[in-house]
Design a protein around this ligand. Structure first.
Ligand SMILES: Cc1cc2nc3c(=O)[nH]c(=O)nc-3n(C[C@H](O)[C@H](O)[C@H](O)COP(=O)(O)OP(=O)(O)OC[C@H]3O[C@@H](n4cnc5c(N)ncnc54)[C@H](O)[C@@H]3O)c2cc1C
Length: 311
């Protein structure tokens, strides 16, 4: 039978590593499972200026390894593995991973979310070849070309501004008439000469040959269709929670996010959730880290007392 951990954490983002740090510091035998690389969504952030403790901001690719280092220095174990299924066996959770079976007394789900797809022709076909979700990773490939960014939140404006370093023109396409992004980002974006906006517009298809050449777009107010010549398109239309491996084990809301109480506890004793994957999350690094700390403290209390309040 597989070894039993005190706490297993699914996901190596800000929520997961903070939970791991707290659990390990409380002398729990804690393991973090990550399917890709330390950092999670921070790896898609060019420059983070709203995470406390970094007065000049910090690059996402630097923050990921720092989160890992701090937690593992304090005793967190980490394994690169993808969790495929979670089941209950008495008061333990059994995890099936691509690296074998693991058991734990408490489970913290910090699996974050993945970019939502538009579901339009050309999106899958050109992914990695003109279609991207990461301006900081792929922006330099579009030197002196026209590109489009789809979305109206912080990520879309932030990444659109980043792209103005490389692209000749950046068109931000949003289906509403005003962005959702914070005021500071809106002010900065409007001041960028190379950045223009197409409001009330949706993309109907991404077309090209060996790479992206144009978008078919539609004005949602008038229904008028037109073409936009671009060499690339960056999609930031939202995030879908990574909960597929749970198979209805814990209650989710109608957006697929895990329902928790204020201590990050689900209704299933021993199972908690933290960060972007849980309902009512502010979906920020600092709130993900805060959730991770809260979840670990609640998990440790459960391990010590066996108590699990109703939520
Ligand atoms: C482009 C962009 C820019 C952003 N900029 C900012 C910013 O400037 N400031 C800010 O505060 N926030 C920013 N955010 C939001 C911030 O990145 C997230 O709120 C935060 O990273 C969420 O952390 P998390 O730990 O909850 O999840 P994530 O960072 O998503 O981490 C979840 C991890 O779980 C792993 N995982 C998922 N499923 C499994 C599985 N089955 N098995 C194993 N591992 C799994 C994933 O690989 C991932 O590494 C930005 C987001 C984006 C997309």
């Amino acid at each position: 039978m597989a070894d039993v951990y005190d706490v297993i954490i699914i996901g190596g983002g800000a929520a997961g590593f903070t939970a791991g740090l707290y659990a390990a510091r409380d002398r729990c035998r804690a393991l973090l499972l990550e399917r890709f690389a330390a950092g999670g969504q921070v790896l898609n952030c060019e420059h983070i200026e709203n995470y406390p403790g970094f007065p000049d901001g910090v690059a996402g690719y630097s923050l990921g390894p720092l989160l890992q280092q701090q937690a593992t220095n304090l005793g967190l174990e980490m394994k690169l593995a993808e969790v495929q299924e979670v089941k209950l066996a008495g008061d333990k959770q059994v995890l099936q991973t691509d690296g074998g079976e693991l058991r734990t007394k408490a489970l913290i789900i910090a699996s974050g979310s993945s970019f939502t797809k538009l579901g339009i022709p050309g999106e899958e076909e050109f992914l990695g070849n003109g279609v991207s979700h990461c301006a900081s990773c792929d922006g330099a490939f579009f030197m002196d070309q026209s590109v489009a960014v789809v979305g109206g939140g912080d990520a879309a404006l932030d990444e659109g501004m980043h792209l103005t370093q490389y692209a000749s023109q950046v068109t931000l396409i949003h289906r509403r008439d005003t962005p959702r992004a914070c005021q500071l980002l809106q002010e900065r974006a409007r001041a960028k000469e190379k950045l223009s906006f197409r409001w009330n517009t949706v993309v109907r298809a991404i077309e090209g040959d060996d790479t992206v050449r144009r978008l078919q777009v539609e004005d949602v107010k008038t229904g008028e269709r037109s073409q936009l010549e671009v060499g690339g398109v960056f999609l930031y239309i939202g995030l879908t929670p990574n909960t597929q491996f749970l198979n209805d084990l814990v209650p989710l809301n109608d957006r697929g996010q895990i329902i928790t109480d204020l201590w990050m506890r689900t209704t299933v004793p021993g199972i908690l959730a933290a960060g972007d994957v849980r309902h009512e999350s502010a979906r920020q690094l600092v709130s993900a880290a805060g959730d991770g700390a809260t979840a670990a403290l609640a998990a440790v209390r459960y391990l010590r007392t066996g108590e699990w309040a109703e939520n």
